[in-house]
Ligand binder design. Sequence first.
Ligand SMILES: [Zn+2]
Length: 278
Amino acid sequence: MKNIFVIAPIVFSLFCFQEIIHVSSSSPLLHGNQVHEESAGGRHLKQEQEHANEVHCSRERSRVAWKIIEEYLMPFLERENYQLSSKCRLHPDNDIFRDQEEHKIHIDINEWRCGYCKKSFRAEKFLDQHFDNRHYNLLNVSHSKCLADLCGALHCDAMMNSQSSKTKCNPAAAARNRHLCESLADSCFPISDGPSASRLHELFLHQFCDSHTCSGKQKPFSRGGKKQGSLFYLAAGALTLVLLPVFYLFVYLVQRDMNGQTQELRRISKVGRKSKPS
Ligand SMILES: [Zn+2]
């Protein structure tokens, strides 16, 4: 019973930190040191070595775009119970890498497994290379379904280089991205589709499009996203770390107190036994 009190907090704090590590390792912010060609379209120019003729779409940037959609748009769609039409370019079917990305099995920090053939890799980038080399036939390249092409509208650069200094704002590029952004709002949330589509249309403009100006007044993702989960684990982990010494001090004091009492009881019983025969 005593062991449970000692072990439980340790297990809980370990769990919290594992969650933090998991969240941060899957975060695209970690890939921020990889240099990408800055372009409104988001197409890759150098990489995608072997199958360059077939795929002209950056997996890296598509992944960031998907992460942004998942974090800053999906929670609002769920709240409205709204289904994206497949005509909308944000629909999962319009991301050529979606199927492969969903066949990534993240077992440990240093272990990634291919969901198609079960081969293991030390890092995600090696699994990416494996997909490019071994499973490129599974990519649906029949239509233009490059999610990275929407990066300009979705602020992938802001997401990837969150710490670095800001590049100078280009008014023409900002206008282009705003136009792309507004066309996404129109095609994904047609106002004529009813009240929830109208609400999401307005939300999309606030969340993604309004900040495409050089005034710097509006920040992207102004309506927030579902980051609260990782923040909760971080707070819980920190709180546990702070409370752990207090807890052990308490256990120590209680035990010392109990030991003192039992010793006193023994002394009393000894004295009692000694005094009986006389
Ligand atoms: Zn494989």
